[in-house]
Design a protein around this ligand. Structure first.
Ligand code: FE2
Length: 230
């Protein structure tokens, strides 16, 4: 398997390129539109064919590269069934599998950060979007976010994965590239709670400013804009 983790400095977003070294099919998770050329160059260098692209949720802090990549490569655009995107090709639900060659990702519905947040489990690693971050969790105060739902997604789904499972989030603001379920259980300050109400209390009192790009990014991501439409 080929696995690349790329970082967008402006939005602190991690993008993942996964590919099979036999069939040369590739999949990208959470691309950023401004980095489209970088992804295409890398795919080209590695002799890979992009066949699928996934967004874990409708992002508020950057414009997705989903639509530009699909326009350029004809790859299939995938999001969860609760996504408000008007342009995705396939909407997946809990337990649905996303496949390229011999690689399979299992869909886990993990609402809370937004109601359209999904995680994807691939063998020893899970792509958690903004549901579970390293030493943090995604804010729950917009886009139909809900702290109770997030508690359920975390404690009843993601934290029940095997402890050695590697955690690859959609963002990190401190230079950390990945974690494990075990480490997050032990060290993530948001997860050291005794009850759902304690968690909800923390999340409902974060008092964060809205992301700078929100008013541009959310409608662009719902409408599926490409570079020349921005
Ligand atoms: Fe997000």
């Amino acid at each position: 398997m080929i696995f690349n983790q790329l970082f967008d400095v402006k939005s602190s977003t991690y993008t993942y390129i996964i590919a099979s070294d036999k069939g040369r099919e590739a999949l990208i998770i959470d691309p950023v539109i401004e980095s489209t050329e970088e992804y295409l160059n890398l795919l080209n260098e590695l002799n890979l064919k992009l066949v699928k692209v996934i967004d874990t949720h409708i992002h508020a802090d950057h414009v997705t590269g989903l639509n530009e990549l699909s326009k350029r490569t004809n790859c299939t655009k995938i999001m969860g069934e609760k996504s408000k995107s008007e342009v995705v090709d396939i909407k997946v639900k809990e337990d649905d599998k996303v496949k390229i060659d011999n690689i399979e990702l299992k869909t886990i519905y993990t609402p809370g950060h937004t109601d359209c947040s999904y995680s994807f489990l691939m063998n020893d690693r899970v792509f958690t979007g903004d549901t579970l971050l390293i030493n943090g969790t995604g804010r729950t105060d917009f886009q139909n976010g809900n702290a109770e739902d997030q508690y359920d997604s975390l404690f009843n789904k993601l934290l029940k994965l095997p402890e050695k499972t590697l955690v690859y989030p959609a963002h990190d603001y401190n230079g950390k590239k990945f974690s494990t379920i075990e480490s997050e259980k032990k060290n993530n300050p948001r997860l050291q709670v005794n009850s759902i109400s304690q968690y909800v209390d923390i999340m409902n009192n974060l008092n964060l400013a809205n992301p700078k790009m929100m008013d541009i990014a959310v409608p662009a991501n719902v409408k599926g804009l490409t570079l020349n439409q921005l």
